[in-house]
Design a protein around this ligand. Sequence first.
Ligand code: HEM
Length: 402
Amino acid sequence: MTNFTRRGFLAGASASAGALVGASAGALIAGQQVASAAEVAAQTAVLKRSEKFHGSHQNGIELELQTFTNFVSLEIHADTDRSAMQRWMKLLTDDIERLTAGEPILADAQPQLALGPARLTVTVGFGPSLFKKLGLEAQQPESLSELPAFKVDALREEFSGGDVLLHVSADDPIVLSHAVRSLISDSLAFASVRWTQQGFSNAQGVVPSGVRQRNLMGQVDGTDNPQFGTDDFKNLVWIDEGPEWIRGGTILVLRRIAMQLNTWDKLGRTDKEQVIGRRLDNGAPLGQKNETDPLDLNAVDERGLKVIPNFAHVRRASPTNPKERFFRRPFNYEVGTAADGTPDVGLLWTAYQKNPAEQYIPVQKRLDDFDLLSKWTSPIGSSVWGIAHGVKKGNVLADDLF
Ligand code: HEM
């Protein structure tokens, strides 16, 4: 039996502490000594990666998912006018420049929490309600209007609407929390918070780059999407007409979609695969081998039945013309579990596109008519945002709108 004495334990502890310090000489993260050079490299790699803020498009859209996200919807005060909006955007531009570089904002209450960039992005958008409030109807693009009601909707005010969106994402939850708090603090003179919605994807490094994440129903999600940096992406997402402020921007539809996982989990694997039309193990379309193999909507099995059933989500969602496509960048959410074990989970589902009337809405209408997946999912929040074009160095966000 090992004979532990207090003295022996302390001696051992100090010896191993010395070994650790030796192994990671000079290795301090956020003022704390960490164990090894390998750990330092892993931790600082996540903190040090950064996303460019300046450019023709805002960041936070055409990039791989960060691990943590927060959508913040604000409502302007009654006395916030166009000149106040200009002052607010100037403040936000300065804040975002600093935060995306991993630095504290001016007069930061918690500068020690600005640990590094951690791929922080902040994307700013404007809801249809803002334009009337500011008398800016002439600047409201036709593509930016409230969505029609859908039969599946079970929308709740506390997750819907708003005048201004700050969509903030990062690979580190403390970096994200600090950025969100800083941006909100600097916004309160102009607006109040209507809602916030937090979400997450996998930790960095867990899913190899380029491979899709899984949602909380267990499905590989995001396969049939336009690829970054392609003309296809540009043509579907980035707006090139209408008011100047939206050219180089896009329209975001954000839906909070709750999942009924307790009943979903009662289904067997085959049923789950039929509901979506893809395999659960690797996301391949039913009847195919690999995730990125094309859907064969005409394939029938030996009994003459469709391999991808009529009710399958991917059949209903797949485009009936080339315009009906958009970019999906969903985050999972989980906000607790009821006493009976029912989890409050789902997707912060997003569609980025030039014009929802031609892209998102026809697909949503088809799903609204018939999509077996909606037996286990229900939209409980909805909002639409015009995302302004990017910011050139020395310029201010949406300076050609206000
Ligand atoms: C909680 C709700 C939802 C879940 C769990 C979900 C899940 C999925 C999954 C697993 C796929 C297959 C992989 C992929 O291509 O990403 C998919 C495809 C797709 N989903 Fe959804 N989805 C949801 C809501 C929606 C909504 C509301 C829409 C649009 C109105 C939509 C539109 C699409 C489209 C366009 C595709 C690609 C279809 C194709 O292959 O051509 N989804 N979805």
